[in-house]
Write a new protein. Structure first.
Lengths: 696, 639
């Protein structure tokens, strides 16, 4: 980027594009006017760049005018889930080629005789063993013999291998053999996409690391191709700025690194939503919040705790039961298969179930009139009056009330002997209960109390159900941001550059040599700092955070603990122990001050702070909303109340300080916010809807 | 005699009619609560068996002790907690239990299992009424008793804790605490696990009470009964689809570890009549001298596990409604209903073969629902010694390597998956084991040709080679070495489990038995565990040639086995089957009654095994001595 020399002004626009399965969302921030412009368009699976381009056009923007392009994409995760990646080989320590297939041998579906465990991305025939061995202490027991690598070269060629993953045991302690093999293959097979395990994960657990490494190699060529396509498009469009990709941590990284470490972008869209929540919290002085994102097929939850986003060390891609583990830091996002399209069905014995089967986009809910015969959560919301048949997607798509009614009556209400509206309400309540469980998984199960949090709700269906979920969890404050349907793209505009490092190092706290630890941290921090500066020119500051994975001696599972830098610099064992005890108490309800602790891994993250767009303020009004904001009144069904005459407001017409008591509906393009009886809504200075949830 | 009657109309005591909406919300919540209890325990436990292997079970029970929801932890403990809660109820009486109590026992004949299974429960009171229990069993790594060798009664197996109150109305019983501390080898860990278990049951109690607070006591308790009724209805519907009849099967265990080579019969008789099933285990062997006995609870668990697998495997939560359509006939004193003072240390092994035998019995009736025999053992080596770093005792649970599962009517068996005793049990990472213990894992790999041949092939077993880096003691208690996992409908038996030792750099030896006790290994010596495969389903001569080609390419099946067992002639140059030659060979084999099944392995004592020799002994072997002293000094560079 060359400020001032090109047509792009010093502060041009920044464009964010979140390409999802169904929609491509674009958010554009114009730094000159402070305006935020949005575009939504259907994703174009054959050529994703087209969707991005038309989304940008819908947001009245052009690349030639932009200083930054921020991108979140499902290309990596879809390549994994749809198994459309490169022909990949794995080179691994002799005796261990099957660990990728053996995995952890568990059967989560303990009674299912037809249970299928994970399926490796690399078939057994393409997993090659090499004699070499490093011990747990990092000592070389058996040197790597390059003659064995040499023998593999023609085999890889003959087998048509496009990508290569390399893993040797204990490479987190001593990566020499992995580096040697990487150099060798890079020289002798220059066309291969090569990934070595320690560059992605320096943590013990060979299966998880193998899976991470293989997945990176597997998606690598396709992701590289995709990123190159975008580069070309940007070049053709005269884009003068910097192109950055969102990682699963919500941090940004540059295209070069994204091409090598593709696996870090797996969950970029959902992560950006959580980052948006974090930025929103900072702007409105909210220390802690739950980020709640509900779309057509799933609901997701993440957590901001005292300003920090909670991060997990491993995720199972494709689900816990048969998924593949990826062992890198990611935002801790839990997901449940409940969305607007979730189908309500009767199981044997008359039990009512909602989801996980979804009507998807085709045939979709019964009310879409596209042939869906089964009732869904969206059909229930329509019958309850919460969705307006003539204003769905801004009126672009009419909804068929009678089709919803038929589906719900015939398949749920009549068989259960329930009144139609009680049945519809029941479906929404069941969906709410299961979404509440997903929020509990990121709070209660992490030792956090959901009642201490506010909830930020977004995604197309989030604002429709958020108040119910909040009541279920006794959350007192609910925030619906502007353009909730574009919130992930918006979040990208607020992200920072980020690098994460984790390095396994088993040591008892009482024996720790702080000089050595300092060397390790310094090396990681220097590399990270250099890397964020290389990624973009406009880094205003670099923030370093340190931590360690710790456990009591004898425990197996370690807890990730944030530890202030000075404790390491001062060699303050007692203070580090105290941080760990405290975190352990928060997470598990007890701590043991007298017990010895040990360090399992060192962690640090490097944040390259980018200048952020400021949230713009909306027109200030009084407590009473303007008359133009009220669209109409209609009967809406509420649990314990039945139908109540309920006003529907046009969100675009609301002004700061407006106050609306529930029951009420706030409508906008692609989303409706439900304000329950007993709840009260105010509009804040930025146009966020702040809902005080009454006690139910 | 356990003669659990099937309960055709187990009637609700509650008069409130359950609301279908609240019922579904409560159902979700119950599954969520048991998940949360599981997460809580797993993350705070001190021993690898709980955390990595997930050898524990958590659950919620009603005021009568019936299962309302139990976690998916350990299938074979599906009955253990409910029966333990009921025993505690009988012991104290409802009036003898008060809020804040924490009840404990590890009585082997109550839990049906070994003494390591410390089982805690707390009563849940709402408005002064006892409404249920929250309970948790977890495997303690050490409970005293012998570290290896044979036991022939329970007294040699460690601390026996009768039914006691660890906490009485919230107050800790310090004396009990001290009794435990004095009787276990690593008291700090034991106490850590104890604390983790109590935290887990308290979580269950708290969350159950929140549910009652939100929806009301009557509504929640009625919903629970409705959930049980739904599960019952679902199971009955599935049983009704099984043709009425009497179905029998017999299988054998290798021996009891005392009298080597004397097979032990496991004979089951299943009767299906309408929507009810009866499992009769009367003809299962009497209890044995060795430590392979389990209690009545375990025998019943085996039947219920099989029943759950065959009826509604994915219906959650697991509750006692699921089993109302199953009647079990099991007299006391059988090897799976043993009475004091039977030795119980390896309680979990025999019931697994009971489960497989029930599938075998029902195969003619419901071929699409059953599965061929599996390796049916956890394949564990118990290793202990003094760590060269600090001369402290260490206990290493080696193995849990997984093994092959049986093939099915429509698909191949799973490779390398944990036996049916366990569910979400994980093996331990090699990188972790090597950092903690003075061992080197040299190989962890699939066993080629170990899956039973069939139209659908059984899954492959594994092998793990471990080298001692200091003096260690090794015990293996492995079964089904001789009595191999069987095939169904013409499918062949799979390879059985095996144990191999190699000492002083001499030729490795395969043991005729998997029960190899108290073996001393010197630095540089090795042991190898091999798990069996799963049995095949249907004749291997009917397996598609493309599938065989793929198996050979992947190295699951050797070219030789493809020929001998499948009648497929593979061209080694192209790795493709010669179509005409294969058809001719298959016709000849069919006419000759080939391939022949070999249901019993005959190892004939200690025989040399060439395969372990493939693991490169050198230069690792020669460099090992020089390395060993350094390996531990340098274990951590910052120390």
């Amino acid at each position: 980027m060359a400020i001032g020399q090109h047509a792009a002004p010093a502060s041009g626009t920044r464009i964010a594009a979140d390409v999802g399965g169904t929609f491509t969302d674009v958010a554009v921030f114009d730094e000159r006017s402070g305006a935020l412009r949005l575009g939504k368009t259907l994703t174009t699976p054959q050529h994703l760049v087209d969707g991005i381009e038309s989304g940008v056009a819908r947001a009245d923007s052009v690349f030639s005018d932009a200083a930054l392009f921020l991108h979140g994409t499902t290309v990596a995760i879809n390549t994994m889930l749809e198994r459309t990646g490169a022909r990949t080989a794995l080179v691994i320590t002799a005796g261990f080629r099957d660990i990728y297939e053996i995995g952890r041998v568990n059967r989560p579906e303990a009674y299912n005789l037809y249970f299928r465990k994970h399926k490796p991305l690399v078939p057994r025939a393409l997993r090659y063993e090499v004699h070499e061995r490093v011990t747990a202490a990092g000592e070389v027991l058996k040197p790597l013999d390059e003659a064995e690598l040499e023998r593999l070269v023609p085999i890889l060629r003959r087998e048509g291998v496009e990508a290569l993953a390399i893993l040797f045991l204990h490479s987190y302690r001593n990566p020499a053999h992995e580096l040697q093999a990487k150099r060798y293959f890079a020289e002798h097979c220059p066309d291969l996409f090569i990934t070595v395990s320690h560059e992605l994960s320096q943590e013990y657990r060979e299966f998880e690391r193998a899976s991470t490494t293989a997945a990176n190699a597997y998606v690598g060529p396709r992701v590289s191709h995709y990123l190159a396509e975008i580069d070309q498009h940007l070049e053709r469009s005269g884009f003068p700025g910097t192109f950055l990709v969102v990682q699963s941590t919500g941090g940004l990284y540059d295209g070069d690194r994204a091409r090598r470490e593709c696996i870090r972008m797996l969950e970029s869209g959902p992560a950006a939503g959580v980052i948006g929540t974090q930025a929103l919290c900072a702007a409105i002085d909210l220390p802690s919040a739950i980020a709640f994102d509900m779309g057509g097929t799933t609901a997701k939850a993440g957590v901001i705790h005292h300003g920090r986003v909670l991060i997990a060390g491993t995720a199972m891609i494709g689900g816990y039961n048969e998924g593949l583990p990826i062992q890198i830091p990611m935002i801790d996002i839990q997901e449940v298969g409940t969305g607007g399209g979730s189908i309500a069905r009767l199981a044997a014995g008359g039990a009512l179930r909602v989801g996980p089967e979804s009507a998807g986009a085709a045939p979709g809910p019964a009310c879409y009139g596209l042939g869906g015969a089964e009732p869904t959560v969206t059909d229930a919301n329509l019958l309850l009056g919460r969705l307006a048949a003539d204003r769905f997607l801004g009126g672009d798509m009419g909804l068929d009330v009678s089709a919803a009614e038929t589906a719900l009556r015939d398949r749920v209400a009549s068989p259960l002997g329930l009144d139609l509206y009680r049945a519809a309400d029941g479906i929404v309540r069941i969906a709410t209960a299961s979404m509440s469980n997903v929020v509990r998984r990121v709070t209660t199960e992490r030792g956090l109390d959901a009642r201490d949090f506010a909830m930020v709700a977004y995604g197309g269906a989030g604002p429709l159900h958020a108040a119910l979920v909040a009541r279920e969890l006794r959350i007192g404050k609910l925030i619906i941001p502007n353009a909730p349907g574009h919130f992930s793209a918006f979040g990208m505009l607020l992200a920072d550059l980020r690098r994460d490092y984790v390095r396994t190092l088993f040591a008892r706290l009482e024996d720790v040599a702080f000089d050595d630890i300092e060397m390790i941290f310094r090396a990681m921090e220097e590399e990270g700092t250099r890397s964020v500066h290389e990624a973009a020119a406009n880094v205003s500051a670099v923030h370093l955070t340190r931590g360690a994975d710790m456990r009591y001696v004898g425990q197996e599972h370690a807890v990730a603990v944030d530890i202030p830098r000075e404790h390491f610099l001062n060699g303050d064992r007692a203070a580090i122990k105290k941080c760990f005890d405290e975190e352990h108490r928060v997470r598990y309800g007890f701590a043991s001050e007298t017990e010895r602790a040990e360090i399992v891994s060192l962690r640090c993250s490097i944040n390259g702070v980018m200048a952020k767009p400021q949230l713009s303020r909306i027109k200030v009004g009084g407590a009473q909303s303007s008359s133009s904001a009220l669209r109409a009144k209609r009967p809406v069904y509420f649990t314990d109340h039945g139908f109540l005459e309920t006003p529907a407001y046009d969100r675009a017409q609301l002004e700061a300080n407006n106050r609306i008591d529930g029951p009420a509906l706030i409508e906008e393009y692609a989303s409706t916010t439900v304000v329950l009886p007993g709840d009260a809504l105010t509009v804040d200075a930025y146009g966020n809807l702040i809902i005080t949830v009454g006690n139910s | 005699m356990m003669d659990t009657p099937a309960q055709p109309n187990a009637k609700a005591q509650r008069t409130t009619v359950a609301d279908p909406i609240v019922t579904e919300i409560v159902r979700n919540a119950l599954v969520g609560i048991t998940e949360e209890m599981k997460t809580n325990l797993m993350r705070t436990a001190y021993n690898m068996i709980i955390y990595e292997a997930l050898d524990f079970t958590v659950g919620l029970f009603n005021a009568a002790g019936d299962t309302v929801s139990i976690g998916l932890g350990l299938p074979m403990f599906i009955r253990g907690m409910s029966e333990t809660v009921k025993a505690k109820l009988r012991h104290f009486g409802v009036d003898g239990i008060e809020p804040g109590d924490v009840l404990l026992t590890n009585d082997a004949y109550t839990t049906g299992s070994h003494l390591n299974h410390m089982t805690f429960s707390v009563p849940i009171f709402a408005d002064g009424e006892l409404v249920g229990f929250s309970a948790c069993m977890a495997h303690w790594q050490d409970i005293g008793g012998t570290l290896g060798g044979i036991t022939t009664d329970i007294y040699a197996e460690g601390l026996q804790m009768p039914i006691v109150k660890m906490y009485r109305a919230g107050k800790l019983n310090e004396e009990l605490f001290e009794i435990i501390r004095m009787n276990v080898r690593i008291p700090d860990r034991a106490i850590g696990d104890l604390r983790a278990q109590i935290a887990a049951v308290k979580t269950g109690e708290r969350r159950f009470l929140e549910l009652i607070q939100k929806y009301g006591k009557e509504a929640v308790l009625s919903a629970i009964e409705a959930i049980m009724d739904h599960s019952e209805a679902l199971a009955r519907e599935q049983v009704r689809a099984i043709p009425d009849g009497i179905y029998e099967a017999e299988a054998f265990m290798d021996d009891d570890g005392v009298e080597q080579g004397r097979h032990i019969p496991i004979k089951v008789r299943i009767t299906v009549a309408g929507d009810e099933m009866t499992a009769d285990l009367t003809q299962v062997s009497a209890q044995v001298r060795g430590f392979y006995n389990s209690g009545m609870t375990a025998g019943v668990s085996a039947c219920q596990v099989a029943f759950k697998c065959l009826t509604a495997a994915l219906d959650l939560p697991i509750n006692d409604g699921c089993f109302r359509a199953l009647k079990i006939v099991l007299p006391a004193g059988r090897v799976v209903s043993a009475v004091r003072p039977a030795a119980m240390r390896w309680w979990m092994t025999f019931p697994m073969t009971v489960v497989d035998s029930i599938f075998k019995a029902l195969a003619p009736a419901v071929p699409a629902r059953v599965i061929a025999g599996h390796h049916a053992d956890l394949v564990i080596a118990n290793v202990h010694g003094r760590h060269p770093r600090d001369q402290q005792l260490f206990l290493y649970l080696g193995g849990l390597i997984g093994g092959g599962w049986g093939a099915k009517l429509t698909e191949d068996g799973m490779n390398a998956t944990i036996a049916i005793n366990d569910g979400d049990t994980h093996n331990g990472p090699t990188e972790q084991a090597e950092a903690k213990f003075p061992i080197l894992v040299e190989r962890y790999a699939l066993r080629e040709d170990s899956g039973g041949a069939g139209k659908h092939r059984g899954g492959l077993g594994n092998e793990q080679v471990v080298r001692a880096l200091s003096d260690i003691m090794v015990n293996t208690q492995i079964e089904r070495v001789e009595c191999r996992p069987w095939g169904l409908f013409g499918g062949l038996s799979a390879a059985g489990n095996q144990v191999v030792f190699q000492r002083n750099g001499e030729a490795p030896v395969v043991h005729a038995t998997g029960k190899v006790f108290a073996q001393h290994l010197k630095p540089g010596d090795r042991y190898m565990l091999r798990s069996g495969g799963g049995g095949g389903f249907g004749s291997p001569l009917d397996r598609k040639l493309e599938d065989i080609e793929s198996d050979v390419r992947e190295g699951y099946v050797s070219i030789a086995a493809a020929r001998e067992q499948y009648g497929a002639v593979i061209d080694p140059a192209t790795m493709r089957a010669r179509r005409t030659d294969s058809a001719a060979l298959r016709a000849r084999m069919r006419a000759a009654g080939l391939p022949r099944d070999v249901p019993f392995e005959s190892l004939g004592g200690r025989v040399p095994d060439p395969q372990i020799g493939e693991v490169a002994l050198d230069p690792i072997g020669t460099e090992l001595k020089a390395l060993m002293p350094r390996a531990f000094q340098l274990r951590c560079r910052c120390c």
